[in-house]
Design a protein around this ligand. Structure first.
Ligand SMILES: *Cc1c(COP(=O)(O)O)cnc(C)c1O
Length: 408
């Protein structure tokens, strides 16, 4: 037996079946046109943003990193709930604009921005988080040709990283950002061209559950930003402090204590160095905002046995839920939270392997999981599917196509 991850709060049975927004998942599947289906809860997302508003200092702005989930209705909802979007491509810029986001509230990070992408961003007045000196020069050239004043920030590659984070994006040699000791010089030269100086972006990692690691990193980020601002010699309009707030995916994971993080940040903000006294402060979050609010539903199309093990074969798989299969940045495969949705409150009685329909041994959704006895036609739910599911899975693989999606 291998344990399943913890099912997030807010998912209750109705007549024994998993429900969201007051209706059973079976009813939603029917309305959405079938399985596989990503179902996202409006209410859970709203409650998550409310929790952050209550626990974080008032001065802190909350941005949404849309790569976590760029489904149009989610973007429209998030636009109303948060203070800005962070994007990483022209494709995401178009999605953000189509969802009605104000370009002045969008910042664009990501290594390898092409000239067309820089141009589109400059035309719309989106802030560019510059990732290298080369990119800075291309942006200045493009702005000059357009006769536009570019809004420029610098992404810093700090010498520290977010301890315990799932994906490290700072510290040492990295393709992201500009090494911290070269930032001041570049910033001064950008300001000298007459560009609109928007400030610094310091992102150090993702998926941290340890409050003390986030607190330590935020202190380091504020310290570095103050020091760089002193070296640059101009006020810092905006500091994107990164994010890194994680969610529990696996057995034994404890939720991040945002009360503790918010308290420590409030104390630090109360005694900010003078360099940052008028700086807008923001964090950028993806999975923490939407990850636990989504569930992926697939239908069991076959029940079979092999060498004494039960296999529940579904019509879904890694082409929609690459991360749950263990093939998106994990070293050891562990089970996401999962359940037989149509028997949500039944007693678990057997060990089963829940797999996808793809012809590859990588396509596993839950290994040796203790579940109620399930039959062909039952629905399987994989939780924590609101982030990096549909937006980060290879749906064209084996000609499968995308899943349905629905925000309810
Ligand atoms: C991916 C990414 C995020 C979002 O990360 P989450 O773990 O989803 O919160 C934020 N900022 C940057 C720069 C990123 O690359």
């Amino acid at each position: 037996m291998k344990p399943l991850g913890p099912i997030p709060a807010g998912f209750e049975p109705i007549d024994g079946e998993l429900s969201i927004g007051g209706r059973t998942v079976g009813a939603w599947v029917e309305e959405a046109g079938g399985t596989p289906l990503f179902l996202y809860s409006h209410d859970l997302i709203r409650r998550r943003v409310d929790l952050l508003r209550r626990t974080m200092p008032d001065r802190l702005r909350i941005h949404y990193a849309i790569k976590a989930n760029s489904y149009r209705p989610i973007l429209e909802l998030m636009r109303a709930l948060v203070d800005g979007f962070d994007i990483a491509s022209a494709g995401e810029l178009r999605m953000a604009l189509e969802a009605g986001q104000n370009p002045a509230l969008i910042s664009f990070a990501g290594p390898g921005k092409r000239d067309e992408e820089l141009e589109l961003a400059i035309r719309h007045g989106v802030t560019l988080n510059l990732e290298s000196e080369g990119e800075a020069h291309r942006a200045l050239d493009i702005a000059e040709k357009l006769g536009a004043t570019p809004r420029l920030a610098i992404r810093v590659n700090p010498s520290f990283e977010l301890r315990g984070s799932g994906m490290k994006m700072g510290g040492g040699a990295k393709p992201f950002g500009i090494d911290q000791d070269r930032v001041a010089q570049l910033a001064r030269s950008l300001i000298a061209t007459g560009a609109e100086w928007r400030g610094l972006h310091i992102f150090t990692g993702s998926q941290a559950l340890d409050a003390s690691a986030i607190i330590e990193t935020q202190a380091n980020v504020l310290g570095l930003a103050a020091r760089l601002t002193g070296e640059i010699g101009s006020p810092l309009p905006h500091l994107n402090m990164g994010g890194g707030f994680g969610i529990p995916y696996f057995h034994g994971d404890q939720p991040l204590d945002v009360d503790v993080v918010g308290g420590a940040l409030a104390a630090r903000i109360a005694s900010l160095p003078a360099e940052l006294s008028n700086t807008e402060l923001a964090i950028e979050l993806g999975r923490y905002l939407v990850g636990e609010a989504g569930v992926y539903l697939a239908r069991i199309v076959d029940r079979k046995e092999s060498h004494g093990q039960v296999f529940l074969v579904t019509d879904g798989g890694l082409h929609h839920q690459l991360a749950a299969s263990g093939n998106f940045g994990t070293v050891v495969r562990r089970n996401y939270p999962a359940a037989i949705a149509t028997r949500f409150d039944a007693e678990p009685v057997e060990e089963a392997n829940i797999v996808g329909c793809l012809c590859t041994p990588l396509d596993r959704l839950a290994d040796q999981a203790l579940v109620p006895r399930a039959e062909v036609g039952d629905l399987v739910a994989i939780f924590c599917a609101g982030a990096y599911g549909a937006s980060a899975s290879p749906f064209t693989f084996l000609g499968q196509g995308p899943a349905h999606e629905k925000l309810v």
